[in-house]
Design a protein around this ligand. Structure first.
Ligand code: ADP
Ligand code: MG
Length: 897
């Protein structure tokens, strides 16, 4: 592995905080991987700090960061492979002690060595590792849903930097075809047919998934830099990229502990000095930078090198004309790195940015015209979309759209709209087709009579709200139809979805079918079971059974017998329900709670357990419309937009750590009034020096001794056994414990109406939607409730940004508004809390900002399927091909129906 670091010692130092948890793990053994906490944020922080020293190892840092993505919520098997990947990436960047390096070997990866470029996928489980030949989408979709793959189908990074196809093989095929005298698709021309691409660069491009000119054309810039104007050193703001021209005043090669360093002092025309630094470079660079040479450079301007002069590391350099000094080189054909809005691409290791730009320029000039439009002409015209070739050309080298690109500094304007439209259109087309597919094949036609509905509703302890009634009505109507129901029930926390689900389940049970209710966590499944049993107290004839992974072998076998034999009418469970050993007698209805938390395959395998059962998806995470249209775009939607009566709003307040006593006073007051309280913590156990987070157990003891003596305090967290947790929940539910100290495992589903106050520690560490969910645990009775958000003490924890964010919580209890704010702040992947959320990986489209494009694309796609359900019309032939070849894999990754 080549190591072309910026400042190796500094890099090693910056990355060293990662060694501590790894050392801990190597001592404890990889089997104890569950002890690691908060790895993802740690890696993010460390990577951020290391970036300035990375030189051209930035890509390695990106991959390092990638390995930790989703770590903290990942199941054990995935954590282990993630750790191995992390160690490998780390070892590629810095020297790693042997004991830690061993962690990468312990996790027995079947393939010998992972190449650097494919490690972006190493968070995947062994049986889906794509190290040797990155086979295409088919691998993803056909991956069996074994225990370990369930929640960890390969989480590819953005398609821009991870190969989704085997470029080498495809390029080889194209080359062979050419040899055989066939005229292949010009877009499949291997990259080394481009002038200036030899075998060495070809290999480097291939290793990034760029094997053909088409790959190059579709590898779009991440951002743009406006290098049309230049600045003097004095003008150049710190922390920003600038273009600066000047004369080389002084050049020196310095011996450093590891290798050499090149220092160049550049004097601009006003006498300002800029220090240029290279930590690794070729001899040819030194030749170009003779004293007195006139050059123009572009790069990040940083402070703080030897007495405060401004510096630039690894800038792009271009010689200026010796005579006519002032003009920037501006002939775009000669060089695209100056004098224009310059595209910045994802790094390709070993290919300098400027070289890559020249290659991209050739690909665009010679081949972009071959990019055909697959979108139907009518769509292109109605929506006034640019031809794809033109959009791609402009996306790479903005010309007509230069000002837009310069202002946005990232893909924007018409080129972006054209390409985002196509992506979104394809996904919506998939949804439209799937929706049609579901409706076309027969399912179960339940009786679901009005009388049954009446009877069922009457048996509940309270009348349904208007919104609940109309949802039950819509569901019953779906259930009566012979085609399978495919409906989403959306409702804010506490809106009463469980009761609606129960009504649907009982309609199925009345016809002799079973209903399944699948929840994302054990706690939630247990809670559902409790709620359903409570609601069914009067109905001794309906048996509710719980199936989770943590049941003992005997209990599990017993539960499964009841499910198989049909004695269990309503079966509640976690993903264990979708596992192979769970056989249903006669599954008629599947209710899936918080489906975005499941792997897509989980839902699909649950579906297979019945004869096309009706499906009701529930979500309490209010999902912004854009996301809903993408995640649930093929579903009919019912919304519970009303809370059951008698609720008073929850008063929310943010307190900084210093105001802690005031928060405690409020809790005390509520306890005195006979109420109960939650104290929510972000973590279970303290990891070695990881953070100053308050461990749950310790916090419970502290509260018991110092703050609330004489008050019985219970404890739930994710590492208890189901039994312990159940007992703790029961004690709190019965009011024996007055305070419940909990980690976020109580996020959803816990229902204790007498609990009127929730205190959240380190609230700044939670996502807004998560806080909203948490807050929904109080305000469940008639009494006024309180949510107290405590923040940490440091600047970052209590800075303006954190305050601004938390203020949203004070201002509104509208889950949808919170969700929109959250999506904006964190992006869809983070927002949904998992990379396995069923979201397609968009290369271009950004849901948060492309809502208008999405809406248009959706209208067109659904209209198209309406008019040409099988895409058989000749004018749609190109679309049909493209959909099948290019998009099907991605769509089935997105959703499996
Ligand atoms: P969700 O799952 O939508 O967050 P739940 O189904 O847990 O909400 O219901 C929240 C609370 O409201 C529960 O305590 C439930 O018993 C109660 N509830 C539900 N529907 C009604 C209703 N129509 N009238 C009064 N209380 C209700
Ligand atoms: Mg619920």
């Amino acid at each position: 592995m080549t190591r072309g670091g910026g400042a190796p010692e500094a890099l090693a130092l910056a990355l060293s905080p990662l060694l501590q948890p790894l050392r801990l793990l190597s001592r404890a053994g990889l089997a104890r991987v569950a002890v690691l906490r908060e790895i993802e944020p740690l890696v993010q922080r460390v990577v951020e700090q290391a970036r300035p020293y990375a030189g051209d190892l930035e890509a390695g840092l990106d991959r390092l960061e990638e390995t930790a993505r989703g770590f903290d919520s990942a199941p054990e098997a995935r954590r282990r492979t993630a750790i191995a990947a992390l160690v490998r990436e780390l070892a590629g960047l810095v020297d790693v002690p042997e004991e830690i390096a061993a962690l990468a070997r312990d996790e027995s990866t079947p393939t010998s060595k992972t190449t650097p470029t494919s490690t972006s996928n190493t968070t995947a489980t062994p049986n889906s590792t794509r190290t040797s030949t990155p086979t295409s989408n088919s691998t993803r979709t056909s991956t069996p849903t074994s225990n370990s793959t369930r929640t960890s189908t390969p989480t590819s990074t953005s398609p821009r930097d991870s190969p989704s196809r085997p470029p080498a093989r495809r390029a080889a095929i194209a080359a062979a075809a050419q040899k055989a005298g066939l005229t292949p698709d010009p877009l499949l021309t291997p990259v080394d047919h481009l002038r200036g691409v030899g075998p060495a660069i070809r290999d480097k491009l291939r290793s990034k998934g760029l094997g053909t000119v088409q790959d190059l054309l579709l590898n779009l810039p991440r951002r743009y830099e406006d290098r049309r104007k230049r600045r003097t050193v004095a003008e150049a703001p710190l922390g920003e990229r600038s273009v600066i021209a000047g004369t080389v005043a002084w050049i020196d090669e310095v011996r450093a502990r590891r290798g050499r360093r090149l220092e160049v002092r550049l004097r601009d025309d006003e006498g300002g000095y800029l220090m240029l630094l290279w930590f690794h470079y070729r001899p040819s660079l030194v030749q170009r930078l003779r004293t007195g040479a006139r050059i123009v450079v572009s790069g990040d301007v940083r402070a703080g090198w030897r007495g405060g002069a401004k510096t630039m590391s690894h800038p792009d350099v271009e010689p200026l004309e010796p005579g006519g000094g002032d003009a920037l080189p501006s002939d775009p054909a000669s060089d695209d790195s100056f004098g224009r809005v310059v595209p910045v691409y994802a790094d390709v290791e070993g290919v300098p940015a400027r070289t890559y730009r020249r290659i991209a320029r050739r690909a665009v000039d010679e081949y972009a015209r071959h990019l055909a439009d697959v979108l139907p002409r009518g769509v292109l015209e109605r929506r006034e979309l640019w031809p794809l070739a033109e959009a791609v050309r402009e996306a790479h080298f903005p010309d007509r759209s230069a000002d837009v690109a310069a202002t946005a500094q990232r893909p924007a304007g018409e080129p972006h709209r054209r390409m985002a439209f196509e992506e979104l259109f394809m996904v919506q087309l998939g949804l439209a087709l799937r929706r049609r597919g579901v409706k076309v094949e027969p399912g179960i036609a339940f009786r679901a009579t009005e009388e049954s509905i009446e009877r069922i509703v009457k048996s509940l302890p309270w009348p349904l709200t208007r919104a609940q009634r109309s949802s039950v009505g819509a569901i019953a109507q779906d259930m009566r139809k012979p085609e399978p129901m495919n409906r989403l029930l959306q409702g804010d926390v506490g809106s009463g979805k469980t009761a609606v689900a129960l009504c649907a389940a009982l309609l199925a049970v009345e016809d002799g079918y079973q209903a399944a209710l699948m929840a994302p966590t054990e706690i939630l499944a247990e809670q559902h079971t409790r709620s359903l049993r409570r609601l069914l107290r009067e109905r001794r004839d309906v048996h509710v059974e719980l199936v989770t992974g943590s049941l003992g072998a005997r209990e599990r076998a017993h539960a499964e017998r009841l499910v198989r034999g049909g004695a269990a009418h309503i079966v509640v469970g976690t993903h264990a329900l979708a596992e192979e050993d769970t056989d249903f007698h006669k599954l008629g209805l599947a209710v899936i709670d918080e489906q975005h938390r499941f792997g897509v395959m989980t839902r699909a395998s649950l579906m297979k357990k019945g004869a096309r059962p009706d499906v009701l998806v529930m979500t309490a995470t209010p999902i912004p419309r854009t996301l809903a249209l993408t995640l649930y775009g093929d579903l009919d939607v019912s919304v519970l937009d009303e809370l059951p009566p008698g609720r008073t709003p929850i008063a929310t307040r943010v307190y900084r750590d210093a105001q802690r006593d005031r928060a405690y006073d409020l809790v005390r007051r509520e306890l005195k009034a006979g109420r109960q309280a939650y104290v929510v913590l972000p973590l279970v156990e303290e990891s070695e020096k990881l953070a100053d987070l308050k461990a749950a157990t310790k916090e419970r003891d502290r509260l018991a001794v110092e703050v609330f003596p004489d008050v019985p305090i219970g404890l739930v967290h994710g590492r208890q056994s189901a039994q312990e947790r159940n007992d703790a929940m029961d004690r709190f539910l019965r009011g024996e414990d007055r305070i419940l100290v909990a980690t976020t495992v109580i996020e959803v589903g816990v229902d204790v109406p007498n609990a009127t106050v929730m205190l959240v520690e380190h609230a700044e560490r939670f996502g807004l939607s998560q806080l909203h969910q948490l807050r929904g645990r109080v305000g469940r009775g008639a009494a006024k409730s309180h949510c107290l958000l405590l923040t940490g003490t440091s600047g970052a924890e209590w800075g303006p940004a954190a305050r601004e964010r938390l203020k949203v919580m004070e201002e509104t209890t509208d889950g949808f508004r919170i969700a929109e704010a959250d999506l904006e702040l964190r992006g869809p992947g983070e927002f949904l809390g998992t990379r396995q959320s069923g979201m397609p990986d968009f290369a271009v489209a950004e849901l948060a900002r492309d809502q208008a494009i999405l809406q248009e694309a959706r209208e067109e796609a659904f209209a198209l399927v309406e008019s040409d359900p099988d895409l058989r019309k000749p004018e749609n032939a190109a679309l049909r091909d493209a959909f099948q070849n290019r998009w099907r894999g991605r769509l089935s990754l997105a959703r499996v129906g």
